[in-house]
Design a protein around this ligand. Structure first.
Ligand SMILES: Cc1cc2nc3c(=O)[nH]c(=O)nc-3n(C[C@H](O)[C@H](O)[C@H](O)COP(=O)(O)OP(=O)(O)OC[C@H]3O[C@@H](n4cnc5c(N)ncnc54)[C@H](O)[C@@H]3O)c2cc1C
Length: 498
């Protein structure tokens, strides 16, 4: 007999644990399970182990709405974030609902039964489980490999090549010459951390990125906590930080010249006199057309000032036995080359979806409120903001799923299906110019030009639509299951508690 749960969550990362907490608080009687492909809680924060791994957004917004972040540091290191996610899971008993080593590979919706049959791989075997609602919190990138471009001559290099997604535990970089290829969040995190003990660290970038220094300790947040206690202080700090981040984003979009000038002046102040800021820190695009990199307490600039780190802006011609030859003709000698060249994006956790036997072609679907798919019933997914902390959106998605389930309970509905309007034009689901996003966009669903299909990139607006907006908005179709034929439950299902 196939086991059944009311809600199936895919993924035990930051989003999956948050989703479970919202769900069990709202519906203590509902059955749910979390299927997690790996053998650990934490997703990203367990996978990435490179030196210095940390958040680049503040933990008052990367933390859950329901669980105050009380650490004095607002920009936290990876292990502290992992501990926070784990503690959230164990405190609420969510860890007991997780089935580790279970990868969801496919899910079939049956309209007549109003349920999903989910195919799972576990220990080399395939099994099935049914659920009423499928909630995918599988992140947005492949776990088995990162993105590495083809580099000529890489096989000739005598040193070690490492991708930050698979950082070897035994990698000894003390006293070594390290080249980090890349200029994104991972590269700017790695460079100062490696520079603490490496002989020399070179950040080799094709083109510059906007980098803004931020205090790692939020003095206002810490003072508020002393005065008001953790919960009230957290709520206020969260909104303060949302307001500051929104202001920076809006100014970047509307007054790019002003923001460019501001970031440049901050950069110049932190670099040695006469430093070639235009070559290494003056991007060709506008601020926030790609993700703005934040560095805590200017650690990257400090490493450059101290001479343990340098930035080279050039293109790689090829690897050589001793390092890299650049298009300018320069040679960079290296013992270790780190390819901080990004993630390989993967939509909807790589799950093959079918609705009544028809395969869902993701690039042809349109996302509803950036969290459900057109013509796909009882299904939600979490993709966080690109211009603000992921968890702000993840919490709102979970709240909306709970509202939706409550609405259906009250009216006896079995399914809810966002129904696209053919008059709505398509827009990219991730409105972002970064290379790793552009490379993958054609594999993702799109968003639309109008509500509720338009991608919300503003937290305050999303609070309004997802937390308080109408559930029956005309685009969501609700249905009751067709009456069951006697004997049907012979193939049946049973309710499980985990
Ligand atoms: C290095 C790095 C730093 C980052 N820093 C920030 C930051 O500072 N601020 C910010 O807002 N965002 C940041 N992000 C984005 C980050 O991924 C999110 O903040 C957040 O951790 C995502 O959580 P998640 O649970 O949605 O996804 P993930 O952390 O990716 O977790 C997904 C989980 O689902 C599991 N899974 C996937 N597919 C399946 C499947 N088919 N079946 C079963 N299980 C599956 C995975 O094994 C994993 O455990 C960062 C990302 C990276 C890579």
């Amino acid at each position: 007999m196939t086991e059944h749960v009311d809600v199936l969550i895919v993924g035990a990362g930051l989003s999956g644990i948050g989703a479970a907490r919202h769900l069990q608080d709202a519906f203590p009687q509902r059955t749910y399970a979390i299927l997690e492909a790996r053998n650990a809680i934490g997703g990203t924060w367990d996978l990435f182990r490179y030196p210095g791994v940390r958040s680049d957004s503040d933990m008052h917004t990367l933390g859950y709405r329901f669980r105050p972040w009380t650490d004095a540091k607002a920009i936290a290191d990876g292990p502290s974030i992992l501990q926070y996610v784990r503690d959230t899971a164990t405190e609420a008993g969510i860890d007991k609902r997780i089935r580790f080593g279970h990868r969801v590979i496919g899910a079939d919706w049956s309209s007549s039964q109003a349920r999903w049959t989910v195919r799972i791989e576990h220990d080399g075997e395939t099994s099935e489980l049914t659920c009423d609602f499928l909630y995918v919190c599988g992140g947005y990138y492949r776990y088995d490999r990162g993105f590495t471009p083809e580099f000529a001559g890489i096989g000739e290099f005598r040193g070690r090549v490492v991708h930050p997604q698979q950082w070897p535990e035994d990698l000894d970089y003390a006293g070594k010459r390290v080249v980090v290829i890349g200029s994104g969040a991972t590269a700017v995190t790695l460079v100062p951390a490696l520079a603490e003990s490496a002989a020399k660290v070179t950040m080799l970038q094709r083109s510059p990125t906007y980098i803004l220094s931020l205090p790692s300790v939020d003095a206002v947040a810490n003072r508020l906590r002393e005065l008001l206690g953790p919960r009230r202080a957290y709520t206020i700090t969260r909104w303060k930080n949302v307001a500051v981040a929104t202001l920076i984003y809006q100014l970047s979009q509307r007054r790019p010249a002003m923001m460019r000038g501001f970031i440049r002046s901050q950069t110049v102040k932190q670099l040695p006199a006469g430093y070639d800021v235009d070559t290494h820190f003056k991007p060709t695009y506008g601020p926030w057309d790609q993700r703005l990199c934040l560095v805590p307490d200017g650690d990257l600039f400090r490493a450059i000032r101290h001479g343990n780190a340098e930035v080279v802006t050039d293109r790689i011609e090829r690897f050589t036995p001793d390092g890299l030859r650049l298009e300018s003709g320069a040679e960079l000698e290296a013992d270790i080359v780190v390819t901080a060249t990004g993630l390989d994006l993967l939509p909807i956790a790589g799950i093959e979806l079918r609705v009544d036997g028809r395969t869902v072609e993701l690039p042809k679907t349109m996302a509803y409120k950036g969290m459900m798919l057109g013509d796909v019933p009882n299904f939600a997914f979490t993709i966080g903001y690109t211009n603000a902390s992921w968890t702000l959106k993840a919490d709102l998605v979970a709240e909306f799923v709970c509202r939706l389930l409550r609405y259906m309970d009250a009216r006896g509905y079995d399914s809810c299906t966002p129904t696209p309007d053919p008059a709505v034009d398509r827009r990219p689901l991730m409105d972002f110019q970064a290379g790793y996003v552009l490379r993958a966009l054609d594999r993702f669903p799109s968003a639309g030009t109008r509500q509720p299909w338009r991608l919300g990139m503003n937290y305050a607006q999303d609070v309004y639509t997802l937390r308080h907006g109408r559930i029956a908005d005309g685009a969501m179709r609700f249905e009751r299951r067709e009456p069951q034929v006697v004997g049907e439950h012979e193939h049946g299902s049973e309710h499980a508690t985990a």
